[in-house]
Ligand binder design. Structure first.
Ligand code: NAD
Length: 349
């Protein structure tokens, strides 16, 4: 099994993470890196990498079989098309492009050249998502009819280019693309309607947060939320099924599931004082009425992404991240932008 020679384009936060953390040495050899910033070139050189001084130099290197594109979002299209035309396979960071029109252009060239183009939708391997997917498939709390997926921070929009529209900044394109990719990958019915609300609290020209409300033909209702001004955050996942409720607090996988016991002779809940009133409806259920369960286990090897890319290129395996799936997510993102701008509930699919 011969290793695949890669060049890494953009040795910033994510490019260096690929090199040092994700790319399995037994499959991938990083022959060199190229970054348009001199500072990043120096840092990469200090790490012992060969430095390409221009992108053309990468494209002309016959030993390079594939490139990783890990540059700001607006540059993906041009870099990808050039690489495909130079006969290279491409791994591209998310979001693949800013519009479906741009993605169409890449797909056309990938088809013409017969080269593999695959997007790094790595959060399909996130352990918290794998648990939710397990719940969805195996129905431990019944059919999931309300799924709330949230990531919330309090540090504002990070870095430089993420603040600017021209570079494809903003949180829908940054984190939203991950959460939507997970949801569409998991839920096996078409999206019916889309509503959305963006936040611009920090005064940037791009969104610093977004909430999208999706309904699916299968009956699922989804809230997808990204925030960067949340000093107190809500759980990563809150899920209601026809037979219980599950919560996953965070990436540390803390959380639980609570199910009804359906025990006969369950005592009615004792009314509680709530504010200035009394309630039985909102009182905690009596002890014998529910049981608390641990979240199911679900694991996957993260190196699966590059293993799959390697197998797609070398052995014509089926890609785990399919371009048509990525396209559907991008189309949904376009609809979310439109729904937010027009304050309308829009049909989808
Ligand atoms: P970054 O700013 O840390 O790094 C980008 C690097 O690209 C910089 O070093 C910059 O100098 C370089 N660059 C810019 N334009 C270039 C060009 N035309 N040619 C060569 N180099 C160029 O940004 P980042 O956080 O690493 O993000 C890069 C990409 O990775 C983005 O598309 C982002 O959405 C994605 N990303 C993905 C994940 C994930 O989990 N999949 C996480 C973070 C970032």
């Amino acid at each position: 099994m011969s290793v695949m020679n890669f060049a890494v384009i953009g040795y910033g936060g994510m490019g260096s993470y690929h090199v040092h953390t994700i790319m399995p040495e037994e499959l991938i050899h990083v022959k060199g890196t190229y970054d348009c910033s001199n500072e990043r070139q120096v840092i990469s050189e200090e790490k012992g990498h060969f430095i390409y001084t221009t992108y053309e130099e990468v494209l002309n290197d016959q030993e390079i079989e594939a490139v990783l594109i890990a540059t700001p979002n607006d540059s993906h299209k041009e870099l990808a098309i050039k690489a495909l035309r130079a006969g290279k396979h491409v791994v591209c960071e998310k979001p693949v492009t800013l519009t479906t029109k741009e993605f169409d252009e890449i797909l056309l060239v990938a088809k013409e050249t017969g080269k593999t183009f695959m997007v790094h939708q790595n959060r399909r391997w996130d352990p918290d998502f794998l648990i939710v997917r397990e719940l969805y498939k195996n129905k431990q709390i019944g059919d999931l009819f309300q799924i709330e997926s949230r990531v919330q921070g309090a540090n504002g929009i990070p870095g430089d280019w993420r603040h600017l529209k021209v570079h494809g900044g903003g949180m829908l394109l940054d984190w939203g693309v991950h959460l939507l990719d997970q949801l569409l990958f998991m839920i096996d019915s078409p999206v019916k309607t889309v509503a959305a609300d963006f936040s611009y609290i920090l005064g940037d020209e791009v969104d610093d947060g977004v909430a999208a409300y999706l309904t699916f033909e299968g009956g699922e209702k989804v809230i997808m939320e990204v925030g960067t001004t949340n000093f107190i955050k809500l759980p990563r996942w809150y899920i209601k099924g026809t037979d219980g409720t599950a919560v996953i607090e965070d990436w540390d996988l803390s959380g639980k599931m609570i199910q009804p016991t359906y025990a006969p002779d369950v005592l009615a809940p004792t009314p509680i004082q709530a504010g200035v009133g009394l309630t039985k409806t909102m009182a905690p259920p009596s002890e014998e009425a529910t049981k608390t369960l641990e979240l199911p286990k679900a694991e996957a090897e993260y190196t699966g992404f590059y293993q799959n890319f390697y197998d797609v290129v070398r052995h014509q395996a089926e890609p785990i991240v399919k371009n048509e799936e990525v396209y559907r997510v991008l189309k949904l993102i376009e609809t979310i932008f439109e729904a937010g701008e027009t304050h309308q509930v829009l049909p989808f699919e």
